[in-house]
Design a protein around this ligand. Structure first.
Ligand code: ACO
Ligand code: OAA
Length: 373
């Protein structure tokens, strides 16, 4: 007889990891032992991805080699090239990414190997390709041409240039790079768990990432950042408190608030709030930032809930000129670093993940032939 389940597996320890750690009471987050507050604004996304996928912060030689690997991986395979226009015309961004990443395995020379070196090469290729997939998807649906990625530019700079069609300012690149660092990994979040469950069957890296993308898409997880912006756009700037109270009274959740693990401020939100303020003020119209601040005060007062990573990411991306329906794809660009590292970690010390369930259905049913039912 199985034990009673913990609904949503809350507080269940599902895996061991050396990748990231959270103290939900103190509001602290660490990547391989480094405090997120030390990494944000200092480490680049490339350094962070190397830290996660290779286990160490790279020295200059390692970083140059990893940067060259990413630059070489910034191209789409023939199957993706042949299908991207049709997919962009018929699928929403996260659906499209799910499909395009799946198609990407076709030309991956390491697709049949889960050996550590092969998986690290796949991790770099997936990390390099994800921003390009988002940019090329967006261009295909708008009919715009997309500038070729510049091998001298960072992931953040290339992505902003390709999405906005203009040369981003240095400060915009720094802010976006920090966003990528902040979203790169987060212990056993739902999409990472999905990736690890898939990997634990000894399935391949691409399959695990497809599972993760499908899981990130939902509005209770990565999909919340898009919903935050839609909420801000739908609310009268002069009626924020009233609108929030009405939603709560109607039993609705306010997107971008609450967290399974953090019982206090999400440390990533601290950085994102600051960057949202800076970009809002620089834009000359910080209405959405001010509305966000008011929402934050009301939700804390009414429900005791704090903003999570998705809340201020929404306005940061908005001010950077990223289309709202690409916010969750942007999350996937960053989280690719963590997902792939988790797949490598799972394969390195694997056991099938197969929990039990509590049976709550009927017992002792008697078979009835179809014509007698
Ligand atoms: C990258 C990320 O994934 S960060 C999370 C992104 N998701 C969101 O922002 C969506 C909104 N937030 C939520 O739905 C939740 O807070 C989650 C999914 C993040 C965490 O979920 P859980 O730990 O399962 O908490 P659960 O949903 O059970 O909420 C507990 C209580 O707080 C309430 N609550 C939680 N979040 C919210 C919210 N955003 N707005 C209003 N009420 C909320 C619930 O209604 C519930 O109240 P009840 O006990 O009276 O029924
Ligand atoms: O950890 C979680 O449950 C969700 C989250 O904040 C993330 O994935 O970044």
């Amino acid at each position: 007889m199985a034990d009673k389940p913990t609904k949503g597996l809350a507080d269940v320890v599902a895996a061991s990891t050396a990748l990231s750690d959270i103290d939900g009471v103190a509001g602290r987050l660490f990547y391989r032992g480094y405090d997120i507050h030390d990494l944000a604004g200092r480490a680049t996304f490339e350094e962070t991805a190397h830290l996660l996928q290779h286990g160490v912060l790279p020295d200059r030689r390692q970083l140059a080699a990893y940067g060259a690997e990413l630059a070489a991986g910034r191209r789409l395979g023939p199957l993706v090239e042949a299908n991207i226009a049709e997919i962009a015309g018929s699928q929403e961004p996260m659906e499209a990414l799910r499909t395009l990443v799946s198609l990407s395995s076709a030309d991956d020379p390491d697709k049949d190997s889960n050996a550590p070196d092969a998986s690290r090469r796949k991790a770099a290729r997936l990390t390099a390709r994800q921003p390009l997939l988002v940019a090329r998807y967006h261009a295909a649906r708008t009919g715009a041409s997309v500038p070729e990625p510049d091998p001298e530019l960072s992931v953040a700079a290339n992505f902003l240039m390709q999405i906005t069609g203009r040369t981003p300012e240095q400060r915009e690149i720094e802010i976006f790079d920090t966003c990528l660092v902040l979203h790169a990994d987060h212990t056993m979040n739902a999409s990472t768990f999905a990736a690890r469950v898939c990997a634990a069957t000894l399935s391949d890296m691409h399959s695990a990432i497809v599972a993760a993308i499908g899981t990130l898409k939902g509005p209770l997880h990565g999909g919340a950042n898009e919903q935050v912006m839609r909420t801000l756009e739908a609310i009268d700037p002069n009626g924020v408190a009233r609108a929030v109270r009405e939603k709560l009274a109607a039993g609705q959740k306010i997107m971008g608030f609450g967290h399974r693990v953090y019982k206090t401020e999400d440390p990533r939100a601290t950085h994102l709030r600051r960057m949202s303020r800076e970009l809002g003020e620089a834009s000359g119209d910080d209405t959405y930032f001010r509305m966000s601040r008011e929402m934050e005060e009301v939700v804390l007062a009414e429900k005791g809930l704090y903003p999570n990573v998705d809340f201020y990411a929404a306005t940061v991306y908005h001010y950077l000129g990223i289309p709202t329906d690409l916010f969750t794809p942007v999350f996937s660009v960053s989280r690719m670093a963590g997902w792939t590292a988790h797949v490598i970690e799972q394969h390195a010390d694997n056991r099938l993940i197969r929990p039990d369930s509590e049976y709550v259905g009927e017992h002792d049913q008697k078979w009835v032939p179809i014509d007698e039912r």
